[in-house]
Design a protein around this ligand. Structure first.
Ligand code: GLY
Ligand code: MN
Ligand code: MN
Length: 439
């Protein structure tokens, strides 16, 4: 199983100590109700185990992995049903050694004799420091996990492809279902039902289903407005598969046909995204891609009469950010905004424009490509913004777009040494989107 290979890679990076990781524990919501449990990403990465209350002990010197699972008594079985015992867990998770969590303390006391330090995550350290009694190098553990998790293995890419394929099917179902008069939550239900039907019961993040002006709220999550004819609908939603995320956005006309104004803005975002995807390959700095996308968007907004002046000034002075206030790309994996690759990989941003995600892309990275253009009331009507950018923004024209909302198009891209591999197969060309909207 690929989890054993991943555990070996971690042991090879931290050969001189005991590695101890804690799994997640359920969080109480109130009385007898818990929030839905989601395993910690590091724990999923190393074991695939989705059960709560586990620990993982790795002993690099002995090339030994032991999974510690909670002992479930009959009272718990009455409420929780079947929970795997050690023999079953050994088979299920491909870990050669499985024991009950109550045996972890004594196991650490034995194992520490042959180790000089430990690498324990903060929760494991709090709980077991008295048994470990070794110096803890927690930052080195974090760094090793970030380094490893950034580069996806072939097995991880298969899981991500499956998350993407299921989410793509759900996005297509949404395009076919949307029509004026429905509520955003009905579209959310179509998306989530389609994921569930394919066996993926968990989303990678809360679905954003935003019609009309709501699309200009970047992390809109109310999803409770009624869609009107003439609205665009922005849906940013993705399922997760064994913890691995899909992160996909499409924007399409609720009534199935783009208006000329919608075509203009949509085409600008689409062309920007396609150009950036073409440039996504090993060795490229993600910050350069983001800045290039700002150039493309600024040029396009100039030709639409929304921005004016030298493009370099619009990008470096920040005017373009009024319409495009978020990043172009982020890492994707077990977290939707995934780890960026550890200390050693920290790259410099050679541009004058500050950018949040700065990394030299490597084969095996999976990143999103998600430019957008929005008409955001809070920015367009802010007196300080208007004063600062009165020479660069046609505010009167921009305000005539306040009912427009925005457009974002987001695909998930596997970085290689050669051509980028787009994991997302959902219509995005105007004619294909209009076709997919036909019922
Ligand atoms: N869905 C969150 C994002 O696109 O980054
Ligand atoms: Mn994203
Ligand atoms: Mn997204």
């Amino acid at each position: 199983m690929h989890y054993e290979d991943i555990r070996r890679s971690l042991m090879a990076r931290l050969p001189d100590g005991l590695i101890l990781l804690s799994g997640g524990v359920p969080v109480a919501r109130n009385h007898d109700v818990e929030y839905p449990f989601r395993q910690k990403s590091d724990f999923l990465y190393l074991t695939g185990a989705e059960e709560a209350g586990c620990y993982l002990l790795l002993e690099p010197g002995r090339r030994k992995s032991t999974l510690f699972i909670p002992k479930i008594d009959n009272h718990h079985r009455v409420w929780l049903g079947h929970v795997p015992g050690p023999a079953e867990a050994r088979h299920l998770f491909g870990v050669a050694n499985v024991a009950y969590a109550s045996e972890l303390g004594p196991a650490l006391k034995r194992a520490r004799k042959s180790a000089r330090r430990c690498y324990a995550d903060p929760e494991a350290w709090r709980r077991y420091k008295a048994d470990l009694r070794l110096p803890n190098a927690a930052p080195a553990l974090r760094d090793a996990l970030d380094e490893l998790r950034a580069v996806k293995t072939a097995a991880e890419i298969r899981l991500m492809r499956a998350a993407n394929a299921a989410s793509a099917k759900a996005h297509r179902a949404v395009m076919a279902a949307a029509r004026p008069g429905l509520y955003e939550y009905e579209i959310q239900a179509v998306f989530e039902a389609e994921c569930l039907k394919q066996g993926l019961g968990r989303l990678a993040y809360p679905s954003i289903v935003a019609a009309g002006a709501n699309a200009a709220v970047l992390h809109y999550s109310r999803n409770n407005a009624r869609m009107k004819s003439g609205d665009l609908l922005l849906i940013d939603a993705g399922a997760e598969n064994k913890g691995y995320a899909a992160d996909i956005t499409r924007t399409f006309p609720v009534s199935g046909r783009f208006t000329p104004r919608q075509r203009d803005v949509y085409s600008l975002v689409l062309e920007t995204q396609k150009r950036c995807i073409t440039m996504t390959r090993a060795g490229v700095n993600s910050a350069d891609l983001h800045v290039r996308s700002m150039w493309f968007i600024a040029e396009g907004l100039k030709s639409l009469g929304l921005l004016k002046g030298e493009t370099s000034g619009l990008v470096e002075g920040g005017a373009v950010r009024i319409f495009y206030p978020h990043g172009l790309t982020h890492m994707l994996g077990l977290d939707v905004h995934d780890v960026t690759g550890g200390k050693k990989r920290r790259a410099k941003n050679p541009n004058k424009v500050p950018v949040r995600f700065v990394a030299k892309l490597e084969p095996g990275f999976v990143v999103t490509m998600e430019p957008g253009v929005y008409f955001i009331k809070a920015l367009l009507q802010d007196p300080a913004v208007r004063r600062k950018y009165k020479g660069s923004v046609n505010f009167a024209k921009a305000e005539s777009f306040l009912d427009f909302g925005g457009v974002r198009i987001e695909d998930d891209i596997l970085v290689t040494r050669g051509a980028p591999v787009n994991l997302t197969d959902v219509p995005k060309e105007i004619k294909d989107v209009e076709e997919a909207c036909r019922r």
